[in-house]
Design a protein around this ligand. Structure first.
Ligand code: GDP
Length: 297
């Protein structure tokens, strides 16, 4: 788990404040709870996740000695907050698996799609990407360059072609060419929220008509350095399209990795992958145990 520790170095730094409180001598009194609350909040857990933990510590340990037991309890609470019943990617039982990827421009969406395609290819999957962010010429070009590097197919058309039309072609290609996984890029920003919502919906509809059970995943890319704003973004996107999980990008450069707790708590969305660098190999499956261990050990 070396990469996880590396990727979490900055977040772990902020979490040091939580650990300091847990190592204090004395009783679990109001002053202790206030300080723990402050430090959890500072570590970007958000109000709800912070309040949940504080309430449980108060109930379980009021007036008891601060020590190993309290520390282990907090650690378990954090671990439980992240527990997911759907770790890893959900694959189609048969036929192509369709993974839609959404996220605002600049979040790291294109890079994350490339990293995911690369990872799947290394796992032996026949993978292709679909360039459905047709509103940005640069997005199509960038994805083309990545596909070349990875050595996977790309399904694309010109700029301003209907994204749903590209998605349609991509699904046809997936069936005809027998792709195991098709990763679909989508628009990152449009004139209005309604417009963006409609385009995402159209892609969703086309994909589900073409391939039963699709999309099998709708992953939302969030920039870890946005902290609590990433949570707000996730809430907005969830109104447009039902997401199944998060790719948390740029964790390596951020001290705000604690936002994963808030995302899970507020939206019930599991973090499926984390981005820990700019290279093709810098995407790792999220592991709640390793995440919490990296903060505590
Ligand atoms: P998009 O506009 O959402 O498609 O964003 P891009 O994929 O083009 O990424 C924006 C910038 O963030 C680029 O410079 C990427 O190299 C960088 N980036 C993306 N993911 C990561 C990551 O996990 N770690 C770091 N350090 N940089 C990243």
């Amino acid at each position: 788990f070396g990469w996880f520790k590396r990727g979490l170095a900055k977040t772990a730094g902020v979490f040091g404040g939580v650990l300091d409180v847990l190592r204090r001598k004395g009783k679990v009194d109001q002053a202790f709870l206030d300080e723990l609350e402050k430090q959890l909040y500072r570590a970007d857990l958000g109000t709800t996740a912070t309040a949940t933990i504080i309430d449980r510590v108060r109930q379980g340990f009021r007036d008891k000695e601060v020590g190993e037991e309290v520390s282990a309890f907090v650690r378990k609470q954090l671990r439980d907050l992240l527990a997911s019943d759907s770790p890893g990617l959900a694959y189609a039982a048969s036929g192509p698996t369709i993974v839609m990827v959404a996220g605002v421009n600049g979040s790291g969406k294109t890079t994350s799609i490339a990293k995911l395609a690369n990872r799947l290819k290394k796992d032996g999957k026949n993978v292709a990407v679909a360039a459905c962010d047709t509103f940005r010429a640069a997005a199509i070009e960038q994805l083309t360059v990545w596909a070349g590097r990875i050595g996977c197919d790309i399904i694309k058309q010109g700029q301003n072609v209907q994204p749903a039309a590209v998605a349609h072609d991509a699904c046809e290609a997936a069936k005809a060419r027998g792709y195991d996984v098709l990763v679909v890029d989508t628009a990152g920003r449009l004139h209005t929220q309604t417009h963006l919502m409609k385009e995402l919906e159209k892609i969703h509809t086309v994909v589900s008509r073409q391939i039963p059970g699709a999309p099998h995943e709708v992953l939302l890319v969030l920039d870890a350095s946005n902290g609590q704003n990433a949570v707000v973004q996730a809430e907005q996107f969830s109104k447009s399209v039902k997401c199944s999980g998060i790719i948390l990008s740029k964790l390596d450069g951020s001290a705000k990795g604690g936002a994963v707790f808030a995302i899970k708590q507020k939206l019930g969305l599991p973090v499926k992958y984390v981005g820990v660098g700019e290279g093709l190999d810098d995407l790792e499956p999220f592991d709640p145990d390793a995440f919490v261990a990296a903060l505590f050990d």
